[in-house]
Structures are given as structure tokens and as C-alpha cells.
Design a protein around this ligand. Sequence first.
Ligand SMILES: *Cc1c(COP(=O)(O)O)cnc(C)c1O
Length: 354
Amino acid sequence: MNNLQIKSLVRPNILNLQPYSSARHEFEGKADCFLDANENAYGSAVGEYNRYPDPLQHALKKRLAALKNIAAENIFIGNGSDEVIDLAIRIFCEPVNDNIIICPPTYGMYAVSAAINNVGIIKVPLGVNFEIRTKEILQAANQHSKILFICSPNNPTGNSMCKDELVALLQQFPGIVIIDEAYIDYSPQASLLQVLSQFPNLIIMQTLSKAWGLAGLRLGIGFASGDIISLFNKVKPPYNVNAASQQLALEALENVDLVSSRIQQTILEKQSLVKAFRQLAFVEALFESDANFILVKCKDADDVYRWLLGKCIVVRNRSKEPGCDNCLRITIGTPAENNQLVNMLKNYDANTKQ
Ligand SMILES: *Cc1c(COP(=O)(O)O)cnc(C)c1O
């Protein structure tokens, strides 16, 4: 797919949109006296937040660009990945007429965002081993299918999708392909960032909410061609990432070693948790996970879920998701939390006739 074809996927009102031009857009230079944005010149009631933030997050993008070995022009930063998902749908999908394709069981926000925008949803479920079904996806796509969402490693199943299949879809799907790599830092599989420049229809999403431990700051990242990034910049709210988040993320991104060692620790904890779960009688199956959680098939997931809630431990009940009958999704905790969980579940086993 070439850039001209990408342009034909964009909603005409977005192509023609004259974006809002903020005071900070129009004057980016240094001045002594900023009297252009009706900010409070006397200062903020706490910290130093009386000035509007950099609308395009230059410093943060520069740091991310160095870290990810990619040009800053290919980076978009959103108020969480959820904003990236919503903007992508609003840029490419005409309400009522267009649709997105999702592969359940998967992250719920793709469908919610589509529904909010009154955009159709075509579901092509994952296969028996939670793999993507390339042929079925291509068959299901029609001329109004503007975006294909694929999550890899997938939430809630934990598996990574086969790279050859992803590449085949990038080559053959007649629209935008969004690969959600929220858990890529935990995965032995390489990110698709390395092939970004080969595919004008590729958008890769990552987030600082998981491995970087910054869920509270709301920072999601989109990587794409310069043309697509320009569309995102046009449609986003002018100051979508607040000053505190920009500044704290910049500091956090200096702590690469700390984050790597926590990733390693999480992976080791996951392995011991898997070992412990294999000993539990109520566990029917465990799914290999490349993420910071495991999916556990139980004899009676609702019962285990309620038991744990009674013991003040909350996990995610995914048993109503297609292909996830009786499945709980359990996040890897600290060693102390994981021990507490396993001890409770041994009690559950002892108290339940299997
Ligand atoms: C947690 C998660 C995200 C992160 O969302 P944020 O809005 O960036 O916190 C994105 N995609 C998937 C699949 C996730 O599980």
C-alpha cells in the first residue's frame, strides 16, 4: 500500500480539517514575556504548572526516539493508548458506514471506541491456540473495513502472534493495521518497530502503563509514517498530554536499567507462579504468556473468583469472553502477593471437592 492509498482511507472531513492553532503552536520561540495564552502570570497554587504544556511533547519524543531508535517524526503521544485507539477510529472510520475488524478474545477498548463512534465491528475470532486467522480476516474485510486491530502479545490470552502472519496481513489487508504492543517489553518476540518504514499502513501502539509502571500518568504511544502522525496531530486535543506527565515520563525514561531488572523479575515470578499453579487441582489449563499476566482455565472460574474476592484478592474474570470459558486472568504481583495468592488457592483446593 502506498501513501496515496493511505490518503484515500482517511475521512474527507479530516483531510480537509483546519486544525485549532493554539498560542503555543503559533509562537514556539523563547520570549521574556508570555502574555499570549491567558495563563496565570502569578503562578500555580502548587508546583509550577501555570503554563500550558508543549502541545507536541518535543522533549519526550526526542528521548523516546533515541530509546526506540526511531525518528521523532514517527512518534505520537496520547493520553493513554485509549486516546490513540479513539483518534485512529475518528481519523479513518466514517460513522455508520465504516467498520473495524477485531479478533476476540482481545482488549475491550477497540470495540468500545468503535461503538462510541458509531463505527461497525467485524469479529474474526482467534483460532484454537489463540492464533490470528489471516485467511478469515482477509475474507471478512470489505471496502468499508478501515482498521484491523491486532494485539500482540494478546490481552487476555498472553500469546504473541506469528510475525509472518502479521507481515502477510500488512501486505494484504486493504486498510490500516494497528498492532497493539502494550506488553512487548515482557515478550521474547521482537517489536514490529523494526519494519515500520516498510509498511505505510502500519500503526504500532505501545504504552508506558505496563513495563514502565506509569499507568497513573496516562501515556500511550503510536508509531507510524510521518503522514499518519500528522493526521493524529491534527485531530488530537491541543494539550492532550499534561505538563506533569511529560516531565515525569522524561525522568522515568532515564531509568532503563531499573525497568529492565523489574521486567526480568516479573518474568521469573511468572515462571514460579506457573509452577505453583500446575500443582493446583482446580486448574484445568495454563496458557503460555509473553506478558505480565497468565490466563488460567479453572473447573469453575466464577467460584474461584468469588472465593478470592472473599479473601480480598481481586483477579480478572474473563470467563464470558469467547474462547475463554472458565478462565481467570491473573496479573503477576510482587513475590509476597504471589505467595499470598498461591496459599489462598491451596486452601481453596483443600476446601473444594474436585
Ligand atoms: C493495558 C493495555 C493498554 C494500555 O492502555 P493505556 O491507555 O496506555 O494505559 C493498551 N492495550 C492493551 C491491550 C492493554 O492491555
